[in-house]
Write a protein that binds this ligand. Structure first.
Ligand code: DAH
Length: 337
């Protein structure tokens, strides 16, 4: 094959190559170790004249260079085309995307954060008390001896060693009084447990928000102020607070705290069961004997306490129909808030 012919052939083949693999074959055929160009170069020594050998060498090398340039250009062109094809085939901008899973915070947790924030600004510190509690802290030291009839209301699960699943957050009261010196301002927002016939309004597991304030001259006026402030923050400015006398063994006097229904403003509606009010907390001034049990002299100090029902309050505020939703861990529920 002469040099010109081989040049034409190589350039033609390069132009025709439709893929990078094709092009590689062409390269090997012409520039490979046993390719056409090497073949031609190996024939040079056979030329008899020194001059011809020189000319042939120059010619062949210039053809080799042309082929190399053509290969390089074609390579670039094919790679560009390949990219375009990948673009088109694997990235369809019209196909629906995969939406990322976005978590959300459980409504009770959100409420706890709000309560913590509000009451810590009023000087209350957060306290914890055990869920599995000694009989004394849950009952005895709160004036509820073993034969007290109110134990029926607070039935729960007992262990053989006498401990029980706490029935209210009030178990923190004597614990905290014994650990601290007045003035004491503590709060707990946590779970409690009771024997209940489970229905949309009763759950064996529920939440309470307990506040305890012990200082000189703590009065019903302060209890009223705190209740009012809290209810207004949660249910809105129009809410009113109502105290009704109510008996709890660990307070004297004791009250039931009601909030004016934020939906009908007291007229009576479906949400409040035509009552116009919701009972939302138990509260009162800490019984002198309970103060004494906590190592505090009732002649010098007095205290206020309340146990508040966040489940109930959120059910009203957010229109949740069944208390069990809070504790079932169903994402379809939690994600709504
Ligand atoms: N522990 C009571 C209950 O679970 C609620 C309660 C009433 C808490 C009066 C208090 C209080 O701190 O002073 O029914």
């Amino acid at each position: 094959m002469n040099v010109v012919e081989s040049e034409v052939k190589a350039l033609e083949e390069i132009a025709r190559a439709s893929s990078l693999a094709d092009l590689e074959e062409v390269r090997l055929r012409h520039l490979g170790r046993n390719g056409v160009i090497n073949q031609l170069l190996s024939e040079i020594p056979e030329l008899p004249r020194q001059e011809d050998r020189k000319t042939a060498g120059g010619l062949i090398n210039s053809v080799k260079e042309k082929i190399e340039n053509a290969l390089e250009e074609k390579d670039r062109e094919l790679k560009k085309k390949d990219l375009k094809e990948i673009d088109r085939s694997s990235f369809d901008i019209t196909s629906p995307g995969i939406s990322p899973h976005v978590g959300s915070i459980h409504p009770l947790t959100q409420f706890r954060e709000f309560v913590r924030d509000t009451f810590s600004r009023l000087g209350f510190e957060e306290a914890y008390a055990p869920h599995l509690e000694e009989d004394e802290y849950n009952f005895g030291l709160l004036n509820i001896p073993p034969d007290h009839p109110s134990r029926d209301l607070w039935d729960t699960l007992y262990l053989e060693d006498g401990r029980a699943m706490r029935t209210h957050t009030s178990n923190m009261q004597v614990r905290e009084m014994r650990r601290r010196k007045p003035p004491i301002r503590v709060m707990t927002f946590d779970r409690c447990f009771r024997y209940e016939n489970v229905d949309p309004h009763h759950s064996h597991t529920f939440t309470q928000f307990e506040v305890l304030y012990v200082d000189k001259d703590v009065s019903m006026g302060q209890l009223r102020f705190l209740s009012d402030l809290f209810l207004k923050l949660v249910l809105g400015e129009k809410t009113k607070t109502r105290f009704r006398p109510k008996y709890y063994p660990f307070v004297e006097p004791g009250v039931g705290v009601d909030a004016l229904c934020p939906f009908c403003e007291g007229k009576g509606c479906r949400v409040c069961g035509m009552e116009g009010w919701f009972e939302i907390a138990g509260a009162g001034l800490v019984h002198p004997q309970v103060l004494r049990n906590g190592g505090i002299d009732p002649k010098v100090y007095s205290g206020l306490a309340w146990g508040f029902g966040p489940d109930r309050m959120l059910m009203i505020k957010l229109g949740i129909e069944d208390i069990r939703y809070f504790y079932e861990g169903d994402l379809r529920f939690a994600k709504q808030f």
